[in-house]
Design a protein around this ligand. Structure first.
Ligand SMILES: [Zn+2]
Length: 246
């Protein structure tokens, strides 16, 4: 379906009547589609058009409630993004357009890149609860002179103090297989699910996580692999320091 058409459907969809469960489900599915598209467009816009795509991306985060007005708002955002494209931004053609791209892993990758841009180690993470990012982080060993700010621990720290129930229902997205320290933090807070960008350049404690009942998914994402390979080749000493090796 054309992006503009989908966005218009999001805007034009009628309010379901009370008790109209089928309408509700349909509408939620449409909202999810539209918000995914806006997220993808936002990321494209970020790099291509100089537009502040992160704002769009945050605005498009799938809502955690049942507020139908959000469908309309997200649809309007999508239409705005479509208008930007039509005004001369790069035509859509990324593989992510069909939903293949995971917006949360993309957010973790954005964090990793931000860290590298600061002269740090390119590992990023986001903590997601109820379809929303509640904490973002990246490795800040170099930037902060920190011994414990890895991508995952930085995301946890930035999420702040949370009730146990929120951790239990959260998903940690991280660009790299979690080391033993981050695995410990994930286990301590009882985070139920971890999505890993790649484990080819470093295999963390995935087995321990699985053994303790945490659901672990490895995406084997080429972007994550390349990011780490390039970094390790450029700064082997810094990498060894990060994983506690000589
Ligand atoms: Zn770690």
């Amino acid at each position: 379906m054309l992006l503009g058409e989908l966005a218009r459907q999001g805007v034009d969809a009628p309010q379901p009547l009370d008790g109209d469960e089928e309408g509700f489900v349909r509408r939620q599915a449409r909202l999810s589609q539209v918000s995914n598209l806006v997220s993808q467009m936002a990321l494209e816009l970020l790099g291509v058009c100089g537009v502040d795509g992160m704002l769009l991306l945050e605005a498009a985060s799938p809502p955690s409630n049942q507020d139908f007005e959000l469908v309309v708002d997200v649809g309007k955002l999508a239409l705005g993004a479509v208008a930007l494209v039509e005004a001369g931004c790069r035509p859509w053609g990324s593989p992510g357009l069909n939903g293949a791209m995971d917006e949360f892993m993309q957010a973790a990758i954005d964090e990793a890149r931000k860290g590298r841009g600061e002269g740090g180690i390119p590992i990023g993470a986001v903590l997601v609860h109820d379809g929303e990012i509640i904490g973002r982080g990246h490795n800040r060993r170099v930037q902060m002179g920190s011994a414990i700010r890895h991508g995952e621990t930085d995301a946890l720290e930035n999420a702040g103090r949370l009730p146990a129930g929120v951790y239990r229902d959260s998903v940690m997205y991280t660009t790299l297989s979690p080391c033993s320290m981050c695995t410990g933090a994930i286990l301590l807070y009882g985070i139920g699910e971890v999505v890993v960008g790649e484990n080819r350049t470093f295999m963390g404690e995935e087995a321990l996580l699985a053994e303790r009942g945490v659901s672990v998914t490895v995406l084997d994402d080429e972007t994550c692999v390349t990011m780490m390979r390039d970094f390790i080749a450029a700064e082997p000493d810094l990498w060894n320091e990060d994983i506690g090796e000589d």
